[in-house]
Design a protein around this ligand. Structure first.
Ligand code: FAD
Ligand code: NAD
Length: 402
């Protein structure tokens, strides 16, 4: 047909929201919408630390794409994107090929080990449903194995977490709840299973002020998390991390790297110019020099002109970018001017387990404890609402109190 074809790559926060907005605003005569995703489900990437710790089931963190995008309104393709050939307007999939008139790249992030020796081989990473489920299964296996062998090495019960940014801290917050449960289940003394979070910077969570950082640190330490700041990891061996100038080896049976993320490796494979693993986009969210390619979510850097640095990539940012892209695609189809993306920052909340947290919301309101944990659940439910309406909130929402 003569209808222009819009291809969206990735059904995460950015891609799924773009597809929903386009379906809501374009008539089927205006364009054909194609959504490509690796799996037939979308997952809540912001809940993966819970899946990895085993405090949430993998199924409760995912949504069938066909439940939120009607297959009558968009073509759904479940396949893996291998490469984008922008000079040919073509996308290479594992099992097929696609051409497009307009492209939205929303393939998200992967763990970044910055080339640290042994990290890729010896540490787990929280990246998607499968990699997160593997961590919780491995953790439980370590407890079962220790129980079955009286001569077993106690250090196998240790859990090492590399990096105390958002992901590392939210993960150890969940572990502080999960580990006592596992100890009870496997009749193991709580003091035998150590949770050790290693961070290179002098402080955890540098984006929060001192009061909130201190609160978080104390809350975690009171629940048995050991936090080692100012300790850079230089290598990961099968036994554990090598840390600091002294090259101390910290041993553990479960080793998880949460030291940072980069954009999808498809960007590099496609020959795009990268800045720290992501591409720079213009104010209208198009790839520099390209008329018909938008890049959003964790694959791109969007400049915050006021602060003169890029916005930190988050789910909140990804969903707002999707709104702008949907509007800009409509503008392109109808020959109107494109608009500049403006971020409306609603604040940031970090969970410290199910019933504790810290946050900065609206303009300058500080939250901690149960208030922050409640706000975090509101944020999580709101993102479900934006992607799937009230039906999705009822089905998957965090509706139980603590
Ligand atoms: P993603 O959500 O990663 O979606 C990418 C999609 O593309 C996925 O469906 C994936 O399966 C698919 N895909 C990937 N590669 C391919 C391929 N080659 N072919 C086909 N499909 C592919 N942000 C917040 O704002 N608030 C939070 O509280 C928060 N908490 C977080 C907690 C954790 C543990 C983590 C890890 C991150 C958190 N973030 C949070 C950050 C947030 O998750 C990311 O910024 C967000 O996921 C980016 O959205 P996206 O749509 O760009 O990518
Ligand atoms: P990050 O880059 O924010 O944190 C990584 C941490 O690892 C940093 O503190 C860094 O100093 C440390 N690190 C790096 N190399 C190290 C080394 N060699 N040794 C020891 N420590 C080292 O990455 P993240 O926590 O994975 O977060 C990724 C993105 O997702 C961020 O943009 C974040 O804002 C977002 N996110 C947000 C939330 C939330 O809003 N609640 C939760 C999770 C993630």
């Amino acid at each position: 047909s003569a209808r222009p074809k819009i291809v969206i790559l990735g059904a995460g926060y950015a891609g799924l929201t773009t597809a929903r907005r386009l379906i809501g605003t374009l008539s089927s005569e205006q364009a054909e919408i194609v959504l490509v995703n690796k799996h037939n489900y979308h997952y809540e990437a912001t809940w993966l630390h819970e899946v990895a710790a085993g405090t949430r089931s993998p199924n409760s963190a995912r949504v069938m794409i066909s439940d939120v995008i009607s297959p009558d309104k968009a073509t759904l393709i479940y396949d893996t994107v291998v490469e984008i050939r922008k000079d040919e307007n073509r996308v290479i999939l594992e099992n097929d090929e696609l051409t497009y008139d307009y492209l939205v790249i929303a393939l998200g992030w992967k763990s970044n080990d910055f080339g640290i020796k042994g990290m890729a081989e010896n540490a787990f990473a929280i990246e998607d449903i499968d990699s997160s489920r593997l961590i919780s299964e491995h953790l439980e296996y370590q407890f079962a194995k220790y129980r079955s062998d009286p001569a077993a090495d106690e250090e196998n019960l240790n859990i090492l977490v590399g990096g105390a940014g958002f992901t590392g801290i939210e993960f150890v917050g969940e572990l502080a709840e999960r580990v006592p449960e596992l100890c009870k289940e496997y009749d193991i003394d709580r003091s035998k299973a150590r949770i050790i979070n290693v961070e290179a910077s002098p402080s955890i969570l540098p984006m929060f002020d001192e009061e909130l950082v201190e609160y978080a640190r104390k809350s975690l330490e009171d629940r048995g998390v050991e936090i080692r700041t100012g300790a850079a990891i230089s290598e990961c061996t099968p036994e554990g991390f090598i840390v600091g100038d002294e090259k101390e080896l910290i041993k553990a049976g479960t080793i998880v790297w949460t030291g940072g993320v980069k954009g999808s490796p498809v960007l590099e494979k496609s020959g795009f110019e990268l800045t720290k693993g992501k591409v720079n986009v213009n104010g209208d969210l198009r790839l520099a020099g390209e008329e018909n390619i938008f890049v959003i979510g964790d694959c791109s850097w969007v400049w915050n002109k006021e602060a003169d640095r890029p916005y930190p990539p988050t789910a909140q940012l990804a969903m707002q970018e999707a709104d702008t892209v949907a509007a800009n695609l409509q503008a392109l189809l109808t020959g109107r001017a494109l608009k500049e993306f403006v971020f409306d920052d609603k604040g940031t909340v970090a969970s410290l387990g199910n019933s504790d947290g810290i946050g900065n919301v609206f303009t300058g309101v500080k939250l901690k404890g149960k208030q922050a944990a409640a706000m975090k659940k509101i944020v999580d439910n709101r993102s479900l609402y934006l992607m799937g309406g009230p039906k999705l909130v009822l089905k998957k929402g965090k509706l139980r109190p603590f």
